[in-house]
Design a protein around this ligand. Structure first.
Ligand SMILES: C[S@@+](CC[C@H](N)C(=O)[O-])C[C@H]1O[C@@H](n2cnc3c(N)ncnc32)[C@H](O)[C@@H]1O
Length: 348
């Protein structure tokens, strides 16, 4: 036994336990609007925060202190500050680094622990729709800021000729659309085009339709319950998968269906979690987060469907290329990337 290694690991473990404990506090702060009440980054006492939010001052003092001990807040002379940078991540939903939604996804894993234990002991299946509801809204809130920041300005322009088609008026399908954040961002940017979002999770389709109505784009955006392997429609100019292909049981079957539904000169936009091609190359903070989520969410969802390929969230470009090659596509390339996403293009 190497005592130095033991000490180093215990330090890491205590730090991770602190992080997990703090995330439960982040969830509380998010739900109660505490970060939003501190988003101006002005010093505040627990008592003033209590009067602003209607919460208990003594508990708030403890909650604030937990944030200081974690480096999420600062304190001076009995006052607490949510620094501007932390406010961007925790309070300001439109900021490109807003991450509170991601915390909700992590919290959902704790809620769903018993279901994962059962899946581990059984056939490995845990369907998307069987998760705690905070996973659905958390996913929407985690991904939407990235779509707003990058989809129209960087990802679509990185595809061959797609922006010109969208400007002129294109037919677009967004498969596995969830709450429709990506579909609506595209619809707002390209008023001449028509969009349909498909997802096999019926409650997500209801929410997505509400979002489209709130955004005032219902005339050009429809959300329809449907599966990746047999959604209706033909002659799409663009078929998109945002962070969902690896969740599917039969991604090759899904890509084959897209192949026949796409126009001959059409494009597949595949947005997947950022990953390198091997575990050794994914040992970094992003890989750590995505493998953990993939164990609870992506892989058991795939195992709950036919074929059950179980790509996992860290499949990597080479494995994804194989899926599209097997489905009959002859072009496949990395169009661009962000720290969290690979943006891939497939064509017939
Ligand atoms: C991680 S979520 C991503 C949702 C959305 N694309 C987004 O970016 O917010 C994965 C989505 O894929 C959907 N999904 C999984 N398997 C599917 C299938 N076989 N057919 C259609 N949708 C599927 C799930 O219901 C879920 O909404």
């Amino acid at each position: 036994m190497d005592e130095a290694k033991l000490h180093a690991f215990m330090g890491k473990l205590v730090s991770d336990m602190g992080a997990a404990g703090l995330l439960a506090n982040v969830m509380v702060g998010d739900e109660l609007g505490l970060y939003k009440a501190m988003a101006d980054s002005q010093p505040i006492t627990p008592e003033v925060l209590a009067s602003r939010t209607g919460c208990n001052a003594r508990l708030l003092r403890e909650w604030l202190s937990a944030h200081v001990a974690s480096g999420y807040m600062e304190h001076h002379d009995g006052q607490f500050v949510l620094p501007e940078e932390q406010a961007l991540a925790l309070a300001i939903e439109d900021s490109p680094v807003y991450a509170a939604g991601g915390v909700m996804v992590v919290v959902s894993m704790f809620h769903d622990k018993d279901k994962l234990v059962a899946a581990m002991r059984g056939d490995g299946a845990l369907a998307w729709g069987d998760h705690h509801p905070c996973m659905f809204s958390g996913t929407e809130r985690f991904f939407r800021p990235g779509y707003k920041a990058y989809l129209v300005d960087q990802w679509l322009p990185a595809l061959d000729g797609v922006v010109d088609k969208l400007k002129a008026g294109a037919r677009v399908a967004d498969i596995g659309c969830g709450h429709g954040a990506s579909t609506i961002v595209m619809a707002q940017a390209f008023p001449a085009s028509n969009f349909v979002g498909f997802d096999y999770h019926a409650p997500s389709i209801v929410t997505a339709s509400q979002r489209a109505a709130e955004a005032g784009v219902s005339d050009r955006v429809r959300f329809v319950e449907g599966r990746a392997k047999d959604f209706p429609g033909q002659d799409y100019d663009l078929i998109c998968y945002f962070d969902c292909l690896h969740d599917m049981g039969d991604p090759v079957g899904a890509a084959k269906h897209a192949h026949q539904a796409l126009k001959n000169d059409g494009t597949i936009l595949l947005v997947e979690p950022f990953a390198n091609d091997t575990l050794d190359l994914n040992i970094n903070p992003v890989g750590r987060l995505f493998y953990a989520a993939s164990t609870f969410i992506c892989t058991p969802n795939s195992l709950s469907q036919e074929v059950g390929l179980g790509l996992g969230a860290q499949a990597g470009e080479a494995r994804l290329r194989q899926v599209f090659t097997d489905a009959g596509f002859s072009h496949f390339r990395r169009a661009c990337e962000t720290p969290f996403n690979l943006i891939l293009e497939a064509r017939k």
